[in-house]
Design a protein around this ligand. Structure first.
Ligand SMILES: [Zn+2]
Length: 324
């Protein structure tokens, strides 16, 4: 995929295109930034740009056999490393560090992309460091990470850092509109994902909406109707009928609703809410609620989540939180 088709991180795009065009790409890069904003995809495109048969101003075509082979992981000069289990081990990097010393086999530029580079074991880090210390001219190592501080200082000092940011809400929305079908849903998804395409793609919006319906009723019972019987029933449903993971997911959804209520109470505009599509309903629930009551419910729910580690009864804990 050419750089020009990426959404977001314009500054990074321009920087990379310039470095490629001016042949100043260097031998070590750190792509750092939040998860799910396209760092890995950028690294892949960079590898294509350095080898593509018909680049335009540094941007690869994405269509030639070379671009295809790189995207498919079949190009001999573009190698990928990611954690095997919890870590990236020396066995995974030793061979690549050796290979890096030779001229490219079939392309113009050898590229090694290390994903989640913060999980390099120390021996593996050292083998990468060795390559960076005596960098072969036509080899590039790209270290992709959301935790750059976890890399060895000696590695960091030998690499150029490229910082990625989260996507803006409108960038993410325009990307998601094709997936979420309606603009309302795209907007909701963009807000839930907080600037990360990866997070947005992992959210099942229909599931979220189902949970939100249940939790919104709970909020109405809590703040508007003050209906103890319904709250006890809700605690039973959440605590007894649902598996632990599902229970946590429901409480997380409840937290997004409470954070919206909180913002409304602080006088923030409805347009700024996460659940902006049900702003009217949230405003009705917020009316009888006080900031203190919202904050105290949030605190009690956080304690319920903390208590899960101690295997307390979820039903009893939830009941205590809701009928306090
Ligand atoms: Zn190409």
């Amino acid at each position: 995929m050419p750089f020009s088709s990426f959404i977001g991180n314009e500054r990074v795009k321009q920087l990379l295109l310039r470095l490629i065009s001016e042949r100043r790409i260097g031998q070590g890069l750190i792509f750092s930034g939040p998860r799910g904003v396209g760092k890995y995809q950028f690294a892949l495109t960079l590898a294509q740009a350095l080898n593509c048969e018909s680049c335009t101003d540094g941007d690869p075509c994405g269509k030639c056999p070379v671009c295809h082979r790189i995207a498919a992981g079949e190009h001999l000069d573009v190698r990928f490393v990611s954690p095997d289990g919890q870590f990236i081990k020396i066995a995974q990097t030793r061979e690549l560090s050796l290979e890096a010393q030779f001229r490219p086999y079939e392309g113009r530029h050898r590229v090694i992309i290390v994903d989640e580079a913060d999980r390099l074991r120390i021996e593996a880090s050292n083998s990468i460091l060795k390559t960076l210390e005596e960098p072969p001219e036509l080899s590039l190592i790209v270290l992709v990470t959301s935790k750059p501080y976890a890399l060895l200082e000696t590695i960091r000092s030998r690499c150029q850092r490229v910082n990625f940011g989260p996507l803006t809400e409108s960038e993410l929305e325009s990307y998601l509109i094709g997936i979420a079908r309606t603009s309302d849903k795209a907007r909701l998804l963009a807000r839930l994902a907080r600037g990360s395409i990866g997070t947005a793609l992992a959210i099942d919006l229909d599931e979220y909406l189902d949970k939100r319906r249940v939790m919104m009723e709970l909020l109405d019972a809590y703040f508007v109707q003050r209906d103890t019987v319904r709250l006890i029933k809700a605690a039973e449903y959440l605590g007894k009928k649902l598996e632990k993971d599902e229970f946590i997911n429901h409480v997380d959804v409840l937290m997004t609703l409470l954070s919206d209520l909180f913002h409304l109470k602080l006088g923030k505009p409805a347009e700024s809410l996460i659940n902006v599509d049900i702003a009217d309903r949230l405003e009705r629930a917020a009316e009888p609620a006080t900031i203190e009551a919202i904050a105290s419910l949030v605190e009690r729910l956080e304690n319920v989540l903390l208590g899960l580690a101690r295997n307390l009864s979820r039903q009893i804990a939830m009941e205590a939180a809701l009928v306090a």
